[in-house]
Design a protein around this ligand. Sequence first.
Ligand code: ZN
Ligand code: ZN
Length: 279
Amino acid sequence: MTKAKKEFSITFWGTRGTLPAPGELYLRTGGNTNCTELNCGGHTIIFDAGTGIRELGSKICNGVGKGNIDLFLSHAHYDHMEGIPFFAPFFCDKFNVQVWCGTLEGSSSTRETVEELMRPPYFPVGPSVFTADVEYLHVPRWAAFDLTPEIRITTAPLNHPGGATAYRVDFDGRSFAYVTDTESIPGEVNQDIIKLIQDVDLFIYDSSLTDEEFPDFVGYGHSTFEEGMRLCKLANAGAYLAYHHMPFRVDSELDLIEAEIKKTQPKSGVAREGDVIQL
Ligand SMILES: [Zn+2]
Ligand SMILES: [Zn+2]
């Protein structure tokens, strides 16, 4: 008898980059900024705290029991952090939340990064209002460690202004990687990313731009959906989903991008808010 596999699911609560995009032209993809939830056999891992984390927080608080939550931040730009003050589990003493962030240039610790976000004149109250048991942790640029005896985390540094961290999760024989925000260099392959996503089952990738748009955005720290396809092939990944959609990218345009991806990589596509994927 084969042993039943444990649940390993991914839920997208926000796949928009840079700025939220409300309005009818964006409804099918969703307008919330970066937030992705992993359920690894009942253990909650969250990548990024964009506006999508508000609704995820409500869902978690309406569930039963107390719990440990691991929140991994890719970096401190607003579109990845702005939901932190609105994440309900921070205001509930039955939760333990571990907030992780990688090395950031100009900011010395994860705690200080959150304190900077929540201080006057930007925000009325500081993180001292949190009633959950919150722990602030640092992830080295290159790390590989066991979050639990069954969950392995691996990291890699990304090419982004101020720094950013990519994460890979290996759990119960399957794997997922979270790779945003990063600037690609035309004609060069980012070997750090290749190493991280080698043979991964699924990864999300910074697909803010198209190859055609890229020259106008050099220096902003982003990449293209075509680069995601190239990395997927080179790293022998199972599939990839375009992520971090620009706020001007309407649903119809993302449909065209998805059709283009599926021409050669039918298992890959576009990450949309509300999508749930079982690995
Ligand atoms: Zn971003
Ligand atoms: Zn960024």
